[in-house]
Design a protein around this ligand. Sequence first.
Ligand code: BG6
Length: 484
Amino acid sequence: MQKPFDFVIFGGAGDLALRKLIPAWYRAYRDGQMPEGSRIFGTMRKAEQAENYRAMVREAAFNYLRDDEIDNETWNKFEACVFGVFINITERDEHWDALAKTLQEGNEERIFYMATPPAVFSACCKNISDSGMINKTSRVVVEKPLGYNGESAEKINADIAQYFEEDAIFRIDHYLGKETVQNLLALRFTNCIFEHLWDSKSIDHVEISISETVGLEGRASFYDDAGALRDMVQNHLMQLLCLVAMEPPSKLNADSIRAEKLKVLDALRPLTGDDVAANTVRGQYVAGESGGKQVPGYLDELGKDSNTETFVAIRAHIDNWRWSHVPFYLRTGKRLKQRCAEIIIQYKTVTHHIYPDSAGAMIPNRLVIQLQPDERVQMIVTSNNLEKHEADLVPSVLNLNLTDNYDKFYSDAYKRLMLDAAANNPALFIHRNEVDAAWGWIDPIIDAWQRPENKPQPYPAGSWGPQAAMDLLGEDGRCWFNVG
Ligand code: BG6
């Protein structure tokens, strides 16, 4: 039975805490997964906000949760476990001592969540330590972005490591908490049919796409510094790539999974200098029609000139036995045509076609693992058109909609990851070595993008990105799954 814990969110009045973390804990509480006696503290640097924290989280959470999820009686009980704390993260004063005292009198299990910009991680960890809050159970959860490049990530990691051991540092990537991502592991490693068909002998190529319809969403200054490569590729897309490409871990535990993911990152073929222009596409949206309305371009939303990319496509190769000559196409962007996150495993066609040409061309099998908007797995298989007398081959879909089997299913990646952090299970969190290896692959791309010829290419909002992204696959005789 899990022990009750104290969960301290630094940055408790911020967007992440209000929109993701508190609703996730409410769901956990409602589902009986939050041990009795657990407490959630949100810190903020305005005393008045801290005094009215419960009202603040209620208003925010009620906006965010679906109506059918809110039960006032349950919320009232949950709310009694939530506390606002007035603290200035970077200033060590009596308010830190007061929080330390409250924690010492509370639960032994302690989790600190850094829902703050990375610039204050170090000062915050120091103050946690100096005020005596760290006990032998303490762990810290850190949010991305973990650095701006390899060097800054190393510094952040080194700063945190002064106060917490590696096994007490939980680096979060919320994509790893998505149910379909979890199911990818189940699919690959519990089904005989897939593991035998999971390499260059059977697979033609892999596509991993995360497309968004939103633009800057009020995060202009953060996003313009980061861009799509740092914001989405260095973490979410590379983690998905690792899960698709890794060897079966010997056990389902953090050490085995992380070791296999690291091998994939180490085997990624480096992209440097001219390879970068040949294998990557950068884009930036201009005004266009998105979601039925006219929206401004990135520069207009931002209000200044910028070379930041809002779209990235990359052709990557993993140089190992399993994946030799299998391209992995990665793509992500803002203000694209549809919101969708998908992994497509495109199989090769059979080696010999026994049907006459009139039956149609051979259709390769395709495994589609959709993370959002729906959580489903589809297998495209070839079958015969029943309406025709003569042979007529058509693609048909075997469909597993993961949510259909559950009456009340609210997928919440943060809930899953918060519960894992509370249970001290780091399997779905990222090891420092993975962060370093991912930056090791990304940094040379960023360097090459500084060349004037690698400026982002414009694409209209509401499209699928710049033409160059279509050409990237076109030159290999392929096309993106949803841009047929
Ligand atoms: C975040 C990025 O990590 O992921 C955002 O910073 C992005 O820019 C978001 O919008 C996408 O997450 P999801 O779960 O909505 O696909």
